[in-house]
Design a protein around this ligand. Structure first.
Ligand code: GLN
Length: 237
């Protein structure tokens, strides 16, 4: 039986806005289809084996917890995550996790390092936090809906593609009209919600991509579809 193997990075520190629900969603959707699901936690000081997992997941966090994880991530996991990404493994970062996939997160004089998997930089401006419901459109026209709350403004490097275009909400920096980043199988986004329960199609895309299959057995998604519609409506779509 094929199994989705997930490595949850700092699950006890990087988990705000119920981001842990993303893991639960993956687990359930695998189980409902008779697919295996394994999750391993890697926290402060732990090394990760890039070959042992299909998907590396990093949720959102407060600046304080994020700082703690950032130094550890750079020191003990950076290389492995670069290896994993180079081998086509999925890496998903949400909000604070997204910021840490980039080069840095600057807060005034302080610079929190990132692992530079994507060419993005985040800065904390002397401006209000970007908070609210958000909806974005991906290149293929599909929509992700969720909730954002971040002080950091994220800027994409010249060659970097956003995950989507902002339909409603603030996105990366409140100005560019871009949300998130996608470089192959490395994805960063500000969308909480949590992201996956509100966007079941995206959870399935992750599972299918991770397992290298074209199609997954369809599920009865009446409740998931309703959650998605409600999230879109909350954002004003
Ligand atoms: N601490 C980061 C910020 O405020 C990320 C917040 C989050 O993960 N929601 O920008």
């Amino acid at each position: 039986m094929p199994a989705l193997k997930v490595c949850a990075l700092y699950p006890e520190l990087m988990n705000i806005y119920a981001d842990r629900g993303n893991l639960l969603m993956l687990q359930r959707r695998c189980a409902w289809r008779g697919l295996g699901f394994e999750v391993a936690a890697a926290t402060l000081g732990d090394r990760v084996d890039p070959a042992a997992h299909d998907l590396f997941y990093l949720g959102g966090g407060q600046d304080r917890d994020q700082r703690l994880c950032a130094f550890d991530l750079v020191e003990t996991k950076r290389e492995a995550l670069h290896e994993a990404a180079a081998a086509g493994k999925l890496v998903l970062g949400v909000c604070g996790g997204y910021q840490l996939l980039g080069h840095s997160y600057a807060l005034g004089d302080e610079e929190i390092p990132g692992i530079g998997l994507v060419d993005v930089r985040t800065v904390r401006e002397d401006a209000p936090r970007l908070i609210g419901n958000v909806a974005i459109e991906l290149e293929d026209g599909r929509v992700l809906a969720g909730f954002e709350n971040h002080g950091g403004r994220t800027h994409l490097g010249a060659g970097e593609q956003p995950l989507g275009r902002v339909l409603r909400g603030h996105g990366n920096d409140g100005r560019s009209g871009f949300e998130g980043v996608r470089r192959g199988t490395v994805i960063g986004t500000y969308l909480h919600g949590p992201l996956l329960p509100k966007n079941a199609w995206f959870a399935d895309w992750l599972i299918a991509t991770a397992l290298g299959v074209d199609e997954l057995e369809p599920l009865d998604d009446a409740l998931e579809d309703a959650a998605h519609v409600q999230a879109r409506a909350a954002a004003g779509l």
